[in-house]
Design a binder for this molecule. Structure first.
Ligand code: SAH
Ligand code: SF4
Length: 463
């Protein structure tokens, strides 16, 4: 979500006539788009603001105005702290103010530093959905599409609801229209974005009922959305993050199974394998329910890869709780996982459970032990793919081997393979998998398929 906001801020600035600079020496503006979901963001932010002070002063020496903008959820949460620690920052802007980026910079240029934080999204398409703004996409063959902002859940460790506001779904038709427009631009792969995609449309249906409309079928379901965007001409791959296990339903799994464009990949955040800890986290499901759901997903969706998020060291997590997490992770046989050490976020319920905090050395030992289990299942899953023919979308040249390219399979796995001919990013190819490692596969190119049709940006110098 944060990376997508960055693309939107870049898009707005480009539309206003700015160009991406090669280095900070050439830049007139530095935007720090922060994320506060876990620790370290603060340190990184204040560290960067430290070197940006002389950078800005040097601008005065050179006779050019240099501006600094701090955006994102850390700015939303700590606006006063940022102002106090770095009064030379030109703009401090919150998560609901992305659409205001250009105006705020202009204002700061004329009248000095400005802070603007909207606590809730104002009801205006631009403010609500970053996808409604111009964009400068990092990759031109795939795109993120926001379907929902904010979150109405109350996971006790999580800061998202307080910095991203309440859950608001984007109208169904707007999403499909955006995907169709992207497809016309040559985008073939889209990723739908939301904090709890399975509750997509909940607020839309409530509105319909409030308006006195008895037809509650008006509520659009996430599964229907998957089917609709998967049917858009030109879209070959649809992905989404993140579903919440408590809201995952059969309709979503059926839509995944029956819509050819929807990739066989389910990112399904577990967080913990202990029911006691899941209750303390307010997650709303048990380990058993979680395992049943992935078994159902695997039986309905042929060759589905399942990935997850796990937190170790939640306050009060006992050795027994942790062992249950190890067992559930082993049983789930994840293809890969994001593993996090609990990080107390100011203002969350879990941050107040200080007397139950787990000692750092225990947390890091649990992290290492969990990693062994996750790495083991990743290797098993990857080795099982050796000998298969996989469709990949080319991402670019391999950074370590100039003759090799890197592609991504439908199961979201990276594959390195050689090609005598240069392959443009966004090209589809088939590759035979020849070996496997923890984080990637290697393969042999069989055939180059569809060439990309998206436009490529050339810098003026390159022309
Ligand atoms: N909405 C998504 C999660 C978004 S945050 C969901 O519910 O699945 C991405 C991941 O960051 C979470 O799944 C969680 O594993 C991790 N995370 C969030 N807050 C955290 C915290 N305080 N400490 C450690 N990990 C955290
Ligand atoms: Fe955070 Fe839970 Fe909402 Fe995910 S569902 S964003 S973890 S509160």
């Amino acid at each position: 979500m944060n990376a997508h906001d960055s693309e939107r801020i870049s898009g707005l600035l480009e539309q206003d006539g700015m160009e991406r600079a090669e280095s900070e020496d050439d830049a007139d503006l530095v935007v720090l788009n922060t994320c506060c979901i876990r620790e370290n963001a603060d340190e990184k932010l204040y560290g960067s603001l430290g070197w940006l002070k002389p950078w800005k002063e040097k601008g005065i020496e050179l006779g050019r105005e240099r501006q600094i903008m701090v955006a994102g959820c850390l700015a939303q949460k700590d606006k006063d702290r940022v102002r106090k620690r770095a009064p030379y920052v030109d703009v401090v802007m919150g998560t609901h103010n992305v659409h205001r980026a250009v105006d705020l910079l202009e204002h700061a240029s004329m009248s000095g530093g400005i802070t603007e934080i909207f606590d809730e999204a104002v009801i205006d398409d631009h403010a609500l959905f970053p996808s409604a703004l111009p964009v400068r996409r990092e990759r031109s063959y795939n795109a993120w599409v926001t379907i929902q902002i904010g979150c109405d859940n109350t996971c006790t460790y999580c800061i998202v609801p307080s910095v991203r506001g309440k859950e608001i779904s984007r109208p169904f038709g707007d999403i499909v229209d955006e995907v169709a427009a992207l497809a016309r631009d040559g985008v073939t792969e889209i990723s739908l974005l939301g904090q709890n995609v399975n509750s997509y449309g909940r607020d839309l249906s409530l509105d319909a009922r409030r308006a006195g409309d008895a037809d509650i079928k008006l509520r659009p379901q996430f599964g229907e959305l998957l089917r609709a965007v998967g049917a858009v001409d030109g879209i070959r791959r649809v992905r989404y993050v993140s579903p919440h296990p408590k809201d995952m339903n059969l309709e979503t799994l059926m839509a995944m199974a029956e819509t050819p464009a929807v990739c066989e990949h389910l990112h399904y955040p577990l967080q913990s394998g202990s029911d006691r800890v899941l209750t303390l986290m307010h997650r709303g499901y048990t380990a058993q329910k979680y395992l049943e759901k992935i078994a159902q997903a695997r039986s309905l969706i042929e060759d589905a890869a399942v990935t997850t998020d796990i937190i170790v060291g939640f306050p009060g997590e006992t050795e027994e709780d942790f062992v249950q997490s190890l067992e559930v992770a082993a049983e789930a046989q994840f293809d890969s996982a994001y593993l996090f050490i609990f990080s107390p976020r100011e203002g969350t319920e879990a941050a107040k459970m200080q007397e139950h905090f787990i000692a750092p050395e225990v947390m890091s030992s649990r992290y290492d032990r969990m990693k062994v289990v996750l790495d083991h299942s990743a290797i098993i899953k990857h080795e099982a793919r050796i000998g298969r023919i996989e469709e990949v979308i080319v991402e670019g040249r391999n950074k370590r081997d100039a003759d090799a390219f890197t592609g991504r399979t439908r199961q979201n796995k990276l594959v390195h393979f050689k090609s005598a001919d240069a392959l443009r990013a966004g090209t589809y190819a088939t590759v035979e998998i020849t070996s496997a490692a923890r984080f990637h596969l290697s393969g042999q190119l069989i055939e180059v398929g569809a060439e990309p049709t998206h436009k490529v940006r050339l810098s003026v110098q390159a022309l």
